[in-house]
Design a protein around this ligand. Structure first.
Ligand code: AMP
Length: 128
């Protein structure tokens, strides 16, 4: 049975191998970046390590080069994509983090206008 958590089926591994098209923003031997297919802001792209690591729970010092590069590239790529006055980075992790694609990735979001609050605040009655 197909398993989207395995590299053969993983959508981001398939993009890395050129099997699925994506609007690429950047690539090198460790990481690649492309526009999110469902943008949540005027600038919204993903920065992804080439190595298939499902979540940050499985990442460790063996991935420090790629993970460091993802952050180190963020400002330059955000500016290049038009987010020159600020941006936000999100790494959703696991069920609680609402991770959809189980291959570590960093969202870079920005736009001409300030982004909304970091997390949607629950209505006061939901908290009871
Ligand atoms: P998440 O795992 O929740 O951090 O988010 C996964 C993100 O991947 C979502 O924002 C999707 O819109 C995006 N996504 C899924 N498939 C593709 C694809 N083929 N090309 C570009 N973005 C994608």
């Amino acid at each position: 049975m197909s398993d989207p958590r395995q590299p053969a089926e993983c959508i981001f591994c398939r993009i890395a191998r050129g099997e699925v098209p994506a609007r690429k923003v950047y690539e090198d031997e460790d990481v690649f970046a492309f526009h999110d297919v469902r943008p949540q802001a005027p600038v919204h792209f993903l920065v992804v390590p080439r190595e298939h690591v499902p979540t940050l729970y499985e990442a460790g010092m063996a991935q420090h080069r790629a993970l460091g590069k993802m952050l180190a590239l963020a400002g330059e790529l955000a500016r290049k994509e038009g987010a020159s006055e600020g941006f936000r980075i999100i790494i959703n992790t696991g069920r609680v983090g609402h991770q959809e694609v189980y291959h570590v990735h960093m969202h870079v979001l920005g736009g001409p206008e300030p982004l909304g609050p970091m997390l949607l605040r629950r209505k006061s009655e939901d908290r009871k």
